[in-house]
Design a protein around this ligand. Structure first.
Ligand code: PLP
Length: 369
């Protein structure tokens, strides 16, 4: 049977039915109903964050999160990474801001703090780093830089659900963090997302942005859009949150099997676990060097495909090499991001991936062919 890069975690059907049953009685399907409120409350506890606002998906959470922070300043620039899912960059561009690409570190692929300051201009309004693959950014250095230049920091934490750094929930760093609950993420609500934040004044802004700026039946106070999470998705989120510990534990087993099979091999570079970080085992990226390993990333990918194993070139191309951005940017300005995007392959990793399948995947990768 074919193996894909990911497979959505599913709760027991009975648990989901139990959760959605009250909806059939109340007929409250959306508009921040009781299940939404409970989901929000449970997430605040689980993520250990002061405030959190739910959204229909992670992208809208990021886009509107920036607006709630007042970042959509004409001609503003935001320093970000090109080694991410394109949503990060689109959120900046769609707010009328200019993304400025900072290169990444070769070890954990997060934004290189040594390269941020040289990119700051008098138009810079914020830094938007990404905890890519759940690898935690250098949050301390980034905070120092942001303070020194009076910049806001908004993290794309789409990959870092449940991660902690020095025991602190990852959503506490910077001014705000976005989480994605998309079906392919390690925690999901089918579609869904959230912004976690510290400044309580963002709360009302986020509420207005996601619900047309409506304050009561006769009053519309601002020009908001619509990005509300509905009750059915909130119910799925609650069911999945109930079993998140099991889900992460099962991912950890898969992760450890990959480590056993693929570490110490010439030409294969794995991400190491970071000091002081509680990981979520969301992804398994592997960097291939042709000279030492004998096969390059694309050759490994092809070989896997022949065996009905569908890994993913995640992230390729780098954002500054995508059709919609490449005319304004040069991929050569971020050489490490370019190199990593050309040589990295994300292997299948999900809760119900059998260890025998992990062995099969590793056998194919390591085969002499
Ligand atoms: C998934 C993802 C997003 C967008 O989240 P959606 O919930 O799919 O809208 C943004 N950034 C990164 C890094 C992601 O992986």
């Amino acid at each position: 049977m074919a193996i894909y890069v990911t497979q959505s975690s599913m709760p027991d059907l009975e648990d989901y039915i139990k959760e959605i049953k009250p909806i059939f009685e109340s007929k409250i399907l959306t508009n921040m109903g009781p299940i939404y409120k409970r989901f929000q409350h449970q997430l605040i506890e689980y993520l250990k964050v002061p405030y959190l606002s739910l959204f229909v998906n992670g992208h809208m959470a990021l886009e509107m999160g920036m607006q709630a922070m007042g970042l959509n300043i004409p001609e503003g620039e935001v320093i970000t990474t090109p080694f991410t899912f394109v949503s990060t960059t689109h959120a900046i561009s769609r707010n009328g801001l200019t993304p400025v690409f900072c290169d990444i570190k070769p070890d954990d692929y997060t934004m290189d703090p040594d390269k941020i300051e040289e990119l700051i201009t008098d138009k810079t309004v914020a830094i938007m780093p990404v905890h890519v693959y759940g690898n935690v950014c250098d949050v301390e250095r980034i905070e120092q830089i942001a303070k020194k230049y009076n910049l806001k920091v908004i993290y794309d934490a789409a990959h870092a659900f449940g991660c902690t750094y020095k025991g602190i929930g990852i959503g506490n760093f910077g001014d705000a963090s976005m989480f994605s609950f998309h079906a392919t993420k390690c925690f999901h609500s089918i579609e869904g997302g959230a912004v976690a934040f510290k400044d309580s004044s963002y709360r009302i802004n986020l509420h207005d942005l996601k619900n047309f700026g409506i304050h009561g039946p006769d009053d519309v106070v601002s020009i908001g859009g619509n990005a509300k999470l509905d009750e059915f998705r909130a119910a799925m989120g609650i069911c999945n949150l109930n079993r998140i510990a099991i889900c992460i534990e099962k991912r950890k087993q898969v992760y450890q099997r990959y480590i056993e099979r693929l570490s110490g091999i010439d030409g294969i570079k794995l991400c190491s676990l970071q000091e002081d970080v509680e990981p979520n085992y969301a992804y398994f990226p592997v960097y291939f060097s042709k000279e030492q390993f004998g096969k390059n990333r694309d050759e490994v990918d092809e070989l896997l495909k022949k065996n009905e194993i569908y890994a993913r070139k995640y992230f390729y191309p780098a954002v500054n090499d995508m059709t919609c951005y490449k005319d304004q940017y040069s991929k050569y300005e971020t050489p490490i991001a370019r190199d990593v995007s050309l040589n990295i392959l994300t292997l299948p990793l999900y809760e119900n991936l059998e260890l025998t399948d992990v062995d099969k995947i590793c056998d194919v990768i390591l085969s002499k062919k």
